[in-house]
Design a protein. Structure first.
Length: 353
């Protein structure tokens, strides 16, 4: 199958806005009206995204301009704010009892994929911002998905130790996703807490509270809000949606660092992280849907670089398909190893001095 190649006249951030805001409308309509709208939202997040990746190729955008970067932050803020409204609308619809089994599944799966792939990617962008309001938005998106600790674990553990045994969110060679997910969830919770406690100790005398207090209190607050608004059915639907979204994030971590390892230098420290320590994906539509998260190597090299400016590094390992497709493949560990281990071995051999 060949892909049509287009030179897009669309402004840089507008293409990200189109990819990420359309599912907000579709899933919102599904939560409001049910029926075919729930299915359209689900199909957008699955078959439509896959088809756009496969059938259309867009050239890499030029380096983003300062205006692009300001518009990117505005889009991220808008996506974060609409995330909360959509989350309550979806949970309310799932708990209402007015949806048939098929429609319930379509709304749950489509919304779960949106929260897991778009909201998570957007929150990831925001927690790397130095502007406090943007950081706070990203943190609260994670808290609303019962994953607030990722704010600390990602910035203070993963970025420091990625692609090493010291990072719970870097998958080992031959480690299946399900074993990884259990290790990564709890490991990142503990390591993030320890990192925050260490920071507090270094600032002794300056006061302060471990942000884990807010992560846990905020999660309980959202749970009580869902229970109060939508009853036990609402609380159950909310926990299921949060679990599904968390699984999407863990799948992303699993895929993007699978088997890659940094060398330990003679002084016992890890070598600097480089392009070869993250798997990247090039298909354009899913990349726009996930705010350029599949350009993972450049993000690790420049964590504060705003998503439209992330580059496609030529010396980085590349996944055989898009990130969502590879995440689905990771659910089948034997098939995953059959596809990825030969690529990992080839890349490791190429990287050896």
């Amino acid at each position: 199958m060949t892909r049509a190649i287009f030179t897009s006249p669309i402004p840089v951030v507008a293409s990200y806005a189109a990819a990420t805001l359309v599912p907000v409308i579709l899933i919102g309509a599904g939560a409001t009206y049910g029926g075919v709208w729930a299915w359209i939202g689900f199909l957008y997040m699955t078959l439509f995204t896959f088809a756009m990746d496969q059938l259309i190729a867009l050239p890499d955008a030029d380096e983003a301009t300062p205006r692009d970067l300001a518009e990117a932050d505005a889009l991220s803020a808008a996506l974060a704010l609409v995330h909360f409204a959509l989350l309550f609308a979806v949970v309310g619809a799932l708990a209402s009892g007015r949806l048939g089994p098929g429609t319930w599944f379509a709304l749950f799966a489509g919304a779960g994929l949106f929260f897991g792939q778009v909201s998570n990617s957007n929150a990831h962008e925001l927690i790397h911002r130095t502007r406090r309001p943007l950081f706070q938005l990203g943190k609260w998106v994670y808290i609303s998905l019962l994953f607030g600790h990722h704010t600390s674990a990602h910035t203070k553990v993963h970025h420091r130790f990625a692609a090493s045994a010291q990072d719970p969110n870097s998958a080992r060679r031959n480690e299946g996703f399900y074993a990884f997910a259990k290790r990564a969830w709890w490991g990142s919770f503990v390591r993030g807490y320890e990192a925050e406690q260490s920071d507090l100790a270094r600032r002794s005398g300056a006061g302060g509270t471990n942000p884990y207090v807010l992560y846990c209190a905020g999660a309980l607050g959202f749970c009580f809000a869902m229970l109060g608004l939508f009853g036990w059915a609402g609380l159950g639907a909310y926990i299921l949606i949060a679990w599904y979204a968390q699984t999407q994030l863990l799948l992303s971590d699993y895929v993007q660092h699978y088997g890659l390892r940094r060398a330990t230098r003679d002084d016992g420290k890890l070598e600097p992280i480089g392009a070869g320590h993250s798997w990247n994906a090039s298909p354009w539509f899913s990349r726009h849907l996930m705010l350029n998260a599949p350009r993972h190597s450049d993000h690790h090299a420049h964590p504060s670089r705003v998503y439209p400016a992330l580059r496609n590094l030529p010396d980085a390992p590349v996944l055989p398909s898009s990130l969502p497709v590879m995440a689905m493949l990771a659910l089948f560990p034997k098939l995953w190893r059959r596809v990825m281990n030969p690529r990992l071995e080839t890349w490791t051999a190429r990287s050896l001095p």
